[in-house]
Design a protein around this ligand. Sequence first.
Ligand code: HEC
Ligand code: HEC
Length: 188
Amino acid sequence: MIFAVPNAAALAAAFLFSAAVYAADPNLCAACHGEGGNSTNPAVPSLAGQPRQFISTALYMFREGYRKDAQMSPLAAQLSNADLNELAAHFSSQKPAPPRHQAKVDNAAAGPTLTQKFNCTQCHGPKLLGLQQMPRLAGQQFEYLREQLRAFKAGKRGELDGNMTAAAQALSDKDIEVLADYIAGLGG
Ligand code: HEC
Ligand code: HEC
């Protein structure tokens, strides 16, 4: 009986330790984000090839409650700063799969003019591949892109600096539909 208390504490510590290791394991992420971070779930974004800084910042935002999601928030809450950086390094070095989405012909034709008109390419890069804190958009899930643009426009998507919420204000529902369809079909 004398060992009951230390054993319980040791068990608790072992459990916490394994929980933390488990949370930082990229294989756990694959259940939702797909093999190698290439999502096949329309509501879940791909992580493969996202800039390292964007991934670590996004995880930090979820962890600290600046960005909220029922699935991501509790998971991010378990991650240390070292975990965020390791996961970011891992997924930024994964190769994005060619897009499975095919844009409608007229949206594909209208897309490039819209991404210039609304400065998408100015921040997200000429081919929308992302850089630093700006996410890669090319080949991202169509539904996810559309949802995020709607959420930014409605002021409901948490972000680091407010730039994207500002950028989304000028977009009509139709612009959002065309942009999401066009961008989801982009490779590179
Ligand atoms: C149970 C499903 C689930 C699991 C497991 C999961 N995620 Fe997510 N993740 C999501 C969903 C859903 C979103 C989109 C949330 C939103 O709409 O804002 C997301 C968003 C993200 C984002 C933001 C991406 C972007 O483009 O904005 C990052 C980064 C991320 N997850 C990393 C991870 C990592 C790393 C792991 C493994 C430690 C992980 N996720 C495990 C469901 C999951
Ligand atoms: C002034 C710079 C700027 C402009 C202009 C801009 N963006 Fe963004 N965008 C950002 C930043 C920064 C983020 C990351 C926000 C965050 O999570 O902190 C972002 C995030 C996004 C996301 C979320 C992606 C994800 O994986 O979570 C989408 C979608 C997006 N932008 C699309 C667009 C489109 C389409 C346009 C043009 C209509 C555009 N952006 C214009 C800076 C910009």
